[in-house]
Design a protein around this ligand. Structure first.
Ligand code: URA
Length: 239
């Protein structure tokens, strides 16, 4: 638990600029535990204090965690001078609080993308040492077979690097497959299949660590992670 300045806590929600926050406090619209604060610099314990603005609970969270069902056609980045990024799908306050995508999906890859401003969690999920599983669903130009499964399991060679063993599960239609990676190399699945003489026609991520793509989310939609999902992801951080 740590004490923080009231204006900083309010601004960290991304809902108001620093100046707007100072005005809210000056106008007496902010209460801390039911009392008017002494000023913008008053120190509060943001996770336990009851902070209200115009009578509404602030609902403070130190970090924000968003699950986005990424559509094709957007970059997994916070900004780009020419192309649209996944942040363009979210309200502007998410940019203000420093949300960023945890890892990258190719522009044409769809599916699960976690966005957060929790740098430590992002770091653990992406750390090559932790080998966090990522599961993808792919549609191929030609049927996958048992030899592909064996090649993926023994580690595909991509030019000068060798991939870690990966899971390949063939669906009822053999052009529809599920790939489990424990690492994240550039265009990895597409390149793994190219090395097997097959092209990935469509790619969608459906899981990352303990987090699953929510089938209720249409492409382009997002939601906050539940407390349980956050707790489960944090177990990866502690490993
Ligand atoms: N592998 C790819 O080829 N592309 C992605 O976006 C993710 C994994």
């Amino acid at each position: 638990m740590s004490l923080e300045r009231l204006d900083k806590v309010l601004a960290s929600t991304g809902r108001w600029s620093r100046r707007e926050v100072r005005n809210l406090i000056r106008e007496g619209r902010v209460l801390v535990d039911g009392l008017l604060p002494a000023g913008a610099e008053e120190k509060v314990e943001p996770e336990t204090a009851c902070i209200t603005v115009d009578g509404e609970n602030l609902g403070y969270r130190r970090y924000t965690y968003i699950l986005l069902n990424k559509p094709a056609g957007l970059l997994s980045a916070t900004e780009d001078t020419r192309q649209r990024t996944v942040l363009d799908l979210l309200p502007p306050e998410f940019r203000r609080i420093g949300l960023f995508p945890v890892g990258r999906l190719d522009k044409d890859t769809r599916g699960l993308l976690l966005l957060t401003n929790d740098g430590a969690l992002a770091h653990s999920l992406l750390s090559p040492k932790r080998h966090v599983d990522k599961v993808y669903e792919a549609w191929l130009s030609a049927p996958a077979d048992a030899e592909d499964v064996a090649a993926f399991a023994s580690g595909i060679s991509l030019g000068d690097t060798r991939c870690l063993p990966a899971g390949l599960e063939i669906g009822t239609d053999p052009v529809h497959v599920f790939v489990t990676l424990h690492e994240g190399k550039f265009h990895q699945i597409k390149r793994m299949f190219i090395s097997r003489g097959k092209t990935v026609l469509s790619l969608r991520r459906i899981a990352m660590g303990t987090l699953q793509l929510d089938t209720c989310l249409s492409e382009g939609e997002y939601r906050y992670l539940s407390e349980q999902e956050i707790a489960e992801l944090n177990t990866i951080k502690q490993k």
